[in-house]
Write a protein that binds this ligand. Sequence first.
Ligand SMILES: NC(=O)c1ccc[n+]([C@@H]2O[C@H](COP(=O)([O-])OP(=O)(O)OC[C@H]3O[C@@H](n4cnc5c(N)ncnc54)[C@H](O)[C@@H]3O)[C@@H](O)[C@H]2O)c1
Ligand SMILES: [Zn+2]
Length: 341
Amino acid sequence: MIPEGKGLYKGGKRKGVIIADRKLTIITEKVKKSLKLKGWEVDVIFVTANEGLKTLEKAGQLYGKLQKLGANRKTILFALGGGTIGDTVGFVAATYMRGLRWVGLPTTLLAQVDSSVGGKTGINLPQGKNLVGAFHQPILVLCDTGWLKTLHKRDLVSGLGEIIKYGLCFDRFFFLRIQKNWKNILNLKAQVISEAIYSSVKWKIRIVNQDIHDLTGLREKLNLGHTFAHALETMTDYKKFRHGEAVAYGLLFCAHISYQAKKISFAELETIRHLIQQLPLPKISKEISYQKVFAHMKRDKKNLDKNLRFILLDGIGNSKVSKTVKSTEVLLALNYVKGEK
Ligand SMILES: NC(=O)c1ccc[n+]([C@@H]2O[C@H](COP(=O)([O-])OP(=O)(O)OC[C@H]3O[C@@H](n4cnc5c(N)ncnc54)[C@H](O)[C@@H]3O)[C@@H](O)[C@H]2O)c1
Ligand SMILES: [Zn+2]
């Protein structure tokens, strides 16, 4: 049942449009029924949810469908699916008729712990990912852990990558709990998965609230491990690694750079390695060479100056932005991640 409040049930005729991942017909039907019971008029648009949804063309098709359904400024959009649905529907909500309200109903672990929170919405351009978008906060995000039961194992591991990020970046005790419980997270053990989602979202909200538009450098900390992750994803055409899988390797990479900068001890580095190496991740192939990784990192949009810009650990559970990482440090960290130390 969708809870009351947040203006959802206020004022006149209530019209909602659920834009859902076409794989999720049963959940969509349940959400639709629950809204109808509350007197809503509800339409559904099913879309194919993958990175290909995040285009100007697909957003344009959604504007057309909303127009046909008679959506107006009072209509509330419901984004039901993973991060690609949330990013696209949030963007459509931000731009259609100068902005509609929207509700996030994230159905992947990655979306529940990360992408549904914070109001970053957007689509890709041929030139790169998330290049067009808007900050547009949802009026409500609802995470139902029951929705995760049908997820592919790899999508659970992908979400776990981001969960580990929060522990490493902000909360040593959370990291220690993940270290102990990561199998239970992947097995969706009720208490453990709820706690992991709650703690992740708590940290994301805490950080975003202090730097909503990503300007002060605080929100940038949420990108721990992402420079390396983006390099891995781009070099393999987004085919080999799920986002959070690449992030898991990125975390290990950053841990090694942090160790070289004497910001974490060898024992801490090995603790992190032990956790990441137990996860069922696709292997990094020999083709992922230092030269290619370095070239991709330099192109990363976060590198505002000629020095490579990394978020580094400052002990487990603390992080800081560093601007001066040398190429030799990158080489050593890559070898470590590949197990070629
Ligand atoms: N806005 C942000 O702050 C932010 C943060 C991180 C990532 N992202 C974006 O999120 C996207 C990745 O998110 P994602 O991994 O959730 O992608 P996704 O939406 O492609 O979902 C992954 C897969 O899971 C399937 N799926 C979704 N829910 C399911 C369920 N309950 N049961 C079975 N299958 C289900 C989908 O059909 C898809 O095949 C990327 O585009 C990334 O850029 C955005
Ligand atoms: Zn991420």
